[in-house]
Design a protein around this ligand. Structure first.
Ligand code: PEP
Length: 248
């Protein structure tokens, strides 16, 4: 299976900045190794630019969030159908910033996953514990609960999505999890997925996210348990993102 490297730009970059970044990245990247898939997650406002510039390129793009209805009176929301129309291959769901700043709960995340699967967009479900939960030895419990609720009723489609393990305390802090800690949680998630769907084919990649940089990307990517990386801050500069992609 190809390792998946994702650039989560969060609320950064205008359309002009997106265009410059993508032109520079495409030029520097040339072709992509067969063993890697690279997906850019710009803000909604730059998805059209991504569609234009990435057509025919080895790079894919997706959205950082969506609503779970197809259309209707939901001012300010964006539906999976609209994202499909824009050519998005992936969408991030349940990022800790959505959970903690915007009150997104596991039940809402479950609805979003179902809506994305329905239109054929591959979701990346984010899960992860807060520092006080890790210190209280609750990491497995928290992650199990997040995954069980998020996947409720769609256990049969677990091969059609990927999961990003992102410890909240590691996001944007410059303090990543150790490779051993990440591997331990990834193994736990894999066992849970086996239990939820004993007939799954193993196509769900478990990504690590949280303060990934060019200097530590390789040590995560070389592990069999790590199916890829979700990169925030270090994906905003072409050179650092390229170094991460090339570290494979
Ligand atoms: C993220 O945005 O999901 C993330 C992991 O951010 P950072 O790489 O900046 O920690």
């Amino acid at each position: 299976m190809k390792k998946l490297i994702c650039a989560n730009w969060k609320m950064n970059k205008t359309t002009g900045e997106t265009e410059s970044f993508l032109r520079e990245l495409l030029k520097a990247l040339g072709s992509l190794e067969n063993s890697v898939e690279v997906v850019i997650f710009p803000p909604f406002t730059s998805l059209c630019v991504a569609k234009e510039l990435l057509r025919g390129s080895p790079l894919k793009y997706g959205a950082q969030n969506c609503f779970y209805k197809e259309w209707g009176a939901y001012t300010g929301e964006i539906s999976p159908l609209m994202l499909k129309d824009l050519g998005c291959s992936y969408t991030i769901v349940g990022h800790s910033e959505r959970r903690n700043l915007f009150g997104e709960d596991d039940e809402t995340i479950n609805k979003k996953l179902k809506a994305l699967l329905k239109v054929g967009i591959r979701p990346i479900l984010c899960v992860g514990e807060k520092i006080e939960e890790r210190n209280a030895n609750l990491t497995h419990k928290v992650i199990e609960s997040q995954i069980r609720i998020a996947l409720s009723g769609i256990e049969g489609e677990v091969d059609e999505l990927d999961i990003a393990y992102e410890p909240v305390w590691a996001i944007g802090t410059g303090n990543p999890a150790t490779v051993e800690d990440a591997k331990e949680v990834h193994t736990f998630i894999n066992k849970l997925l086996d239990e939820l769907n004993p007939r799954r084919e193993g196509r769900t990649r478990i990504l690590y996210g949280g303060s990934v940089k060019p200097s530590n990307a390789k040590e995560f990517l070389k592990e069999r348990e790590v199916g890829g990386l979700l990169v925030g801050g270090a994906s905003l500069e072409v050179s650092s993102f390229l170094d991460i992609v090339n570290s494979l």
